[in-house]
Design a protein around this ligand. Sequence first.
Ligand code: MRU
Length: 342
Amino acid sequence: MLSPIRFDDGALKLLDQTRLPAEERWLECRTVEEVADAIRRLAVRGAPAIGLAAAYGLALGVRAGDGGAPLERFERAAALLGSTRPTAVNLQWAIARARKVAESRADEGTEVTADALLELAERLVDEQREADRRIGELGAALIEAGDRVLTHCNTGPLATGGAGTAGGVIATAWEEGRLGQVWVGETRPLLQGSRLTAWELGRAGIPFRLVTDASAGTLMARGLVDRVVVGADRIAANGDVANKIGTYPIAVLAARHGVPFYVAAPRSTIDPDTPTGAEIAIEERDPREVTRVGGSAVAPAGAAAVNFAFDVTPAELVTAIVTEAGVLRPPYETSIAEAFRA
Ligand code: MRU
């Protein structure tokens, strides 16, 4: 299975997603600063993969950090990594899991703490792979023979280090012979759909058609979409879903056209401490990501732009949330709380 994250020879190796599909180049991160930079630049991206990279980054930060007691090193690394991307809650989730390990081993010294953090990172990778496998299985059962599925952004192996969330549902449905084809929205401004999802689907031999983001309405009006399956960066306790900008309009269109709208995400993407979507911090990125494409200007010099990286889809537009703990249905306050109790 393709994995964009691996750790060997004391370094975190990341398949640089800013270079795909033109070039398959691996980055080597030996310090927490390098990991933070890779996350900020989207060399590694997708909510679960960000969390995994951060877990490795914490191990590097403790081992190679600037001195001080293990917990001081840990908190410095956590503050740096935690500041990279505000919306994907998997980042904070991974830091919280790692903090428990660091606190329980700090008395044994820097090397032992760093080793324990590395072990945790490896465990989180395994857990994510298992969660993806289960999400794929449960989500594929919602797909009917010949379904044409619309997806957005990138939610496959590149985004999780496993089979993917929505991408895993699509891949499993294809393996089970249920899937007709996939509609892939290009996902402006950084084109995760056309650069990454199309690359993954092509490698897997899954039939797809790339469309501009603005095509979703026409596709649905023509009866060409049977289901929407997307991922998530953070799901609030009431089921509101933050995901890549452009997800919310797709959900509105899906409701208008009676198309089921599914969100596939691990439990680590659900934040019981965020009551509703209104409390989710939405990342705003450099406006030049909007005014330039692949290094070329696509707007007049000096054009003002705003670059929201995510939007929030209200829970009422979400047909179901597919997690490794089961397929959650409305009312989400109840089904999410139950999934956390289980
Ligand atoms: O800005 P990105 O590329 O990190 O955004 C990723 C997304 O919005 C994905 O849809 C989401 O993280 C789900 S990943 C399994």
